[in-house]
Ligand binder design. Structure first.
Ligand code: IPE
Ligand code: IPE
Ligand code: MG
Length: 240
């Protein structure tokens, strides 16, 4: 199969459509988020099997804090529940777990269980699962810029030193430091926008959109995405 020839290193997904999926069935939006967790399990296990090294998932944006309190609360509770129950499976499958985003805004108990799971799974290297929580691309770039500014002020850096700051130096201050940029950014549920996701890191990602709602997304849909990627011609601004 074509996809086996061109397996991406990093697949990133904007998991969208949980709310609509639930409403279409006459259920509360929260039911859609719960159903979405099953999809995460399926996609993670397939990504692992195929030898994809990084799977990152946009689970909650900085803007999502603006949703009704009930939904935000349900999402945080779901996150906590998943994290508390997944240690064994992750250890068994060699999954390294990481959460990236504005951790300061997360509930204390959630932060503590994230720390624990990150520490326990740090030894694993089959695949890294990154959950973007309370994340936004503009926030990430801004927090990096602030860190650099503070360092430069502290050491009273000369103009020349500031001029020397390169793209890779800047990248090392983003929360994704050390993580290769995504080869694919996939968005489910029909919307074709980036919604403040990996603005810097996605500079050369292949954008793939599908109409399938996240809770309905399955292994075959995932294969179709990888197949589409395998046919893309990545030029990075150059001529082939
Ligand atoms: C994506 O599904 C998950 C989160 C943003 C938390 P949505 O909740 O955005 O579902 P729709 O887009 O309203 O259907
Ligand atoms: C993007 O989805 C964020 C996540 C999937 C976590 P949204 O549903 O929040 O995005 P918009 O509002 O449609 O742009
Ligand atoms: Mg949405």
């Amino acid at each position: 199969m074509e996809i086996e020839k061109k397996i991406p290193t990093h697949v990133s997904i904007i998991m969208d459509g949980n709310g609509r999926w639930a409403r279409e069935r006459g259920n509360e939006r929260e039911e859609g988020h719960k159903a979405g967790v099953e999809t995460v399990r399926e996609v993670l296990s397939e990504a692992c099997r195929l030898g994809i090294k990084y799977l990152s998932l946009y689970a909650f944006s900085e803007e999502n804090w603006g949703r009704p309190e009930k939904e935000v609360h349900a999402l945080m509770a779901l996150m906590l529940h998943c994290i508390k129950n997944e240690t064994e499976t992750m250890m068994k499958n060699g999954v390294r777990f990481r959460v990236l985003g504005n951790r300061k805004r997360l509930p204390v108990e959630l932060n503590a269980s994230i720390d624990e799971l990150e520490a326990t799974t740090a030894v694993n290297d089959n695949i890294t699962l990154i959950i973007f929580l309370s994340y936004s691309g503009k926030w990430d770039i801004l927090q990096a810029a602030k860190q650099i500014a503070k360092e430069m002020v502290k050491k009273q850096a000369a103009d020349e030193e500031i001029d020397q700051i390169g793209i890779d130096d800047f990248s090392s201050y983003l929360v994704t430091a050390g993580v290769p940029d995504p080869d694919i950014i996939l968005r489910t549920a029909g919307e074709q926008r980036i919604s403040n996701y990996l603005l810097w890191q996605g500079a050369y990602s292949e954008l793939i959109y599908t109409d399938v709602m996240w809770p309905d997304f399955d292994k075959d849909d995932f294969h179709a995405v990888l197949e589409e990627y395998a046919h893309r011609d990545r030029r990075f601004g150059k001529i082939k």
